[in-house]
Ligand binder design. Structure first.
Ligand code: ARG
Length: 431
């Protein structure tokens, strides 16, 4: 039976179409739904809508439900529409009329909103942990291999000397920008919508400051209409953060695939971390990084999907919003898996330390040689021409000595400064 039963049962086909896979998705919200209800009833008791005897009874029952969720025993029963209905049903089943009191001053619209904010907060925090772990790994690889040169490319043509220190360190610093996006999305999620009810508040004297504090939100969405409008907006902000991290990861995964190719041969993986071919006996493929690249490329479509789903929705609740869960839930999971997998692979990556000695990379050093001439007094344009002519006539021999000293170059990676930037951002998460 529906929470909104008014003496008739809806057509079964309507029920199936509108509920879809919501029961399954809502399981991820179960814990947050119970926590939200606990805060709500404490507040209801404080304003006299639940009495002092009823509150502990309700809280104890909600604790029991929380236990079933933590043990993985919780189910949303067949015929029950969603997590909100299931929790209320369980309470009324065991407590009778007392259970029916908890929905005063609340709608499923603000209930699902609060569940989603709590969920997003946790997921974004989890993403931040994953990003930080990968950042630390990249930084330590950068330090470990800071002396090992590798070719740098522009237009995918041999350009100037780079180093493994610079390469790993570049992705670390890139993650700092991504982390800023994660932190911004976290702030947006960290606001209490509870009390906005169906989207227009309630005539009960709800104490929203109290539920804000009980649920540990940084602030609340004051305007009840704004609170309702944050459905979709919060997910969209999170999706931008997800897409930002994903773009860094997919690019890195592409680099690894390229650098593992025999024509480059800059890095390798232990055999156990590669995959084989059913026909070619020699194959050791970088499938992990390919799947990572594919998944992270798909994740970059998520903001677009959310924008299209919510485009032109006027203010207020619309059932379309339910479909957001189907987009954002798998997205957070996928990104967290990719972050973990990337870190796992990097624990085992093998760097080739003599790449640079191959004569096909000789031209990497032309700028270095032109600069050397410039330092000896030749104007740069002339030095450039002199080295250029040597190359043109096949007479160029590289000095192979590099002398980069400025901030952020191969000789001065500034990894400590980059770590400072990251630490400033992650302080918000207490990491
Ligand atoms: N499953 C619904 C959702 O995710 C819960 C809210 C239902 N509200 C309603 N007015 N039908 O949006």
């Amino acid at each position: 039976m529906k929470l909104w039963n008014k003496g008739f049962e809806p057509d079964r086909a309507i029920e199936d179409f509108t509920v879809g896979n919501d029961r399954e998705l809502d399981l991820r919200l179960a814990r947050y739904d119970v926590e939200g209800s606990m805060a709500h009833i404490r507040m209801l008791e404080s304003i006299g809508l639940i009495d002092a005897v009823e509150l502990p009874v309700l809280l104890a029952e909600l604790e029991k439900i929380l236990g079933t969720i933590e043990r993985g025993e919780f189910v949303i029963e067949e015929g029950v529409e969603d997590i909100h209905s299931q929790v209320e049903l369980m309470l009324t089943r065991s407590l009778g009329d007392v259970g029916k009191k908890i929905h005063s001053g609340r709608s499923r619209n603000d209930q699902v909103l609060v569940d989603l904010k709590l969920f997003m907060r946790d997921e974004l925090r989890g993403i931040a942990v994953g990003v930080k772990r990968l950042f630390d790994r990249l930084q330590s690889l950068s330090e470990e291999h800071k002396e090992v040169l590798m070719p740098g490319y522009t237009h995918l043509q041999v350009a100037m000397p780079s180093s493994f220190g610079l390469w790993f360190g570049a992705y670390a610093e890139s993650l700092v920008d991504d982390m800023q996006m994660v932190a911004a999305a976290y702030d947006i999620a960290n606001q209490n919508p509870l009390g906005s009810a169906a989207g227009y508040g309630s005539s009960f004297p709800l104490n929203r400051t109290m539920t804000t504090e009980l649920l540990g939100f940084e602030t609340m969405h004051y305007n009840v209409v704004a609170a309702q409008m944050s459905r979709g907006k919060c997910e969209r902000a999170a999706s931008y953060a997800i897409a930002s991290v994903a773009s860094t990861l997919s690019r890195f995964a592409m680099d690894v695939c390229l650098f593992m190719c025999q024509n480059f041969g800059f890095v390798t993986l232990p055999d156990t971390l590669t995959t084989g071919s059913s026909i070619m006996p020699h194959k050791k493929n970088p499938d992990v990084f390919e799947i990572m690249r594919g998944k992270c490329n798909r994740l970059q479509a998520v903001p677009n999907e959310i924008s299209l789903l919510t485009a032109n929705l006027p203010l207020g609740y619309h059932r379309d919003l339910q479909l957001l869960k189907d987009i954002i839930f798998p997205a957070t999971t996928t990104l967290r898996q990719c972050l973990d997998m990337c870190d796992y692979m990097l624990q085992n990556i093998i760097v080739r330390s003599d790449v640079i000695n191959d004569s096909c990379y000789d031209y990497l050093f032309t700028v270095e040689d032109a600069n050397r001439l410039t330092l000896s007094g030749v104007p740069f344009r002339e030095a450039y021409r002199e080295v250029g002519m040597q190359v043109q006539h096949g007479e160029y021999t590289p000095t192979r000595e590099v002398n980069h000293t400025h901030e952020g170059s191969i000789g001065c990676l500034c990894n400590d400064k980059i770590a400072e930037k990251m630490n400033k951002v992650v302080a918000k998460f207490g990491l």
